[in-house]
Design a binder for this molecule. Structure first.
Ligand code: NAD
Ligand code: IPM
Ligand code: MN
Length: 347
């Protein structure tokens, strides 16, 4: 029987219960589709940092490399460990080391979910550059603590990095409604963002079947609220994509519904699947975290592993549950009840 080895990193806060939920659904879906998933659980988290002084062991990346995919909950517990330490010690190095340059985040309303907008008919695929740009980590501080202090955080955009994420966007658009929105801020940022616009323009000749439009990030933020149905595939830099996808989560009913996949497109290393949301310290331990974002991310993982039918079964089960109202009442629906409803809707 085909067997996949999955590295589970539940992480902090609600990462733990939502990964438990996703794993239950994954196992049930795999059993129905005649393949096997083997989990290896890694307790890497802020608690692990408190015990060991690091977010993951020194050979953590090597350990993960041996798996077919990684399923991650959330990282960060700012009351115990500064975010600048925890995220740079676990989540961000994984994305970079495994060249997971395409972060895919779908935004649409599941049946029964009421978003905040009048318009419900949107289906957006955000593609976020995931390895460079504003998250390059280049920078520093001088004259620390003095009135002359200066802090610099340099965005690094490489031709290779920009070209590959834009190509990925064009290819995704070809599989969908053939519209690509490329997001920059080239009116103000005249080096990196003009560079991005130029590459978009040059590549568009190679994808004549895709209609490409360039938007500034500020205008795109407004468009996602006012006319989200006008958008198909949206491609943006690391930071712009980060912000737009919390906005996307908001219009799809909240962070509890927003899934994501950190893809290494050439498959030279494992891809990682995780909900868009964080550890939600404000509701951790209350038993009310919505596991749907994590379950949807798990379905994206199965799809990536070549188990499209099992992935579709999970998505259909989630839709059956939400159509009945399950998971659509934030603060009232319990994690366990939502998980049970999805499990019982699997076919
Ligand atoms: P957050 O996403 O954890 O929470 C924002 C708000 O959304 C909170 O009110 C929370 O209760 C709510 N929320 C989030 N997910 C939910 C769910 N599944 N069900 C119901 N409500 C949900 O963002 P934050 O508060 O800015 O960050 C908390 C910590 O998580 C920080 O350490 C941050 O750096 C980290 N973080 C990690 C990731 C990640 O690991 N991928 C992503 C975002 C934030
Ligand atoms: C996300 C998160 C991370 C990011 C943080 C926690 C570093 O917000 O996955 O969207 O900005 O990429
Ligand atoms: Mn984010």
């Amino acid at each position: 029987m085909k067997t996949y080895s999955i590295a589970l990193i539940p992480g902090d806060g609600i990462g733990v219960p939502v990964i438990d939920a996703a794993w239950q659904v994954l196992e049930a879906a795999a059993a129905r589709a005649n393949f096997k998933l083997e989990a290896k659980r890694f307790p890497w988290s802020c608690g692990f940092y408190k015990e060991t002084g690091s977010m993951m062991p020194a050979d953590g990346i090597q350990i993960l490399r041996g798996h077919d995919a990684i399923l991650l909950g959330a990282v960060g517990w700012p009351a115990a460990v500064p975010d600048s330490v925890s995220l740079h010690g676990l989540l961000l190095p994984i994305r970079k080391a495994f060249v997971q340059y395409a972060n895919i985040r779908p935004h649409r309303l599941l049946p029964g979910v009421e978003g905040p907008l009048k318009s419900g008919g949107f289906d957006i695929l955000c593609i976020r550059e995931n390895t460079e740009g504003e998250y390059s980590g280049a920078g520093g501080r001088v004259h620390v603590g003095t009135p002359d202090e200066v802090a610099v955080e340099t965005s690094v955009f490489t031709r290779k990095g920009v070209e590959r994420i834009l190509r990925f966007g064009f290819e995704q658009a070809q599989l969908r409604r053939k519209q690509l929105a490329s997001v920059t801020k080239s009116n103000a940022q005249r080096y990196s963002m003009v560079f991005w616009d130029e590459i978009t323009e040059a590549l568009s000749a190679e994808y004549p079947d895709v209609e490409v439009k360039s938007y500034h990030i500020d205008a795109m933020a407004a468009r996602m609220v006012l006319a989200p149905e006008s958008l198909d595939v949206v491609v943006a830099s690391n930071l712009f994509g980060d912000i737009l996808t919390d906005l996307g989560a908001a219009i799809q009913g909240g962070l509890g519904f927003a899934a994501s996949a950190n893809i290494c497109p050439d498959r030279t290393s494992p891809s990682m699947f995780e909900p868009v949301h964080g550890s939600a310290p404000d509701i951790a331990h209350l038993g009310i975290a919505n596991p749907i974002a994590a379950i949807w991310s798990a379905a994206m993982m199965l799809d990536h592993l070549g188990q499209a039918a099992a992935a579709a079964n999970i998505i259909k089960a989630v839709e059956t549950a939400t159509a009945r109202g399950v998971g659509t009442r934030p603060g009232q629906d319990r994690t366990d009840d939502i998980t049970a409803a999805v499990l019982s809707a699997l076919t």
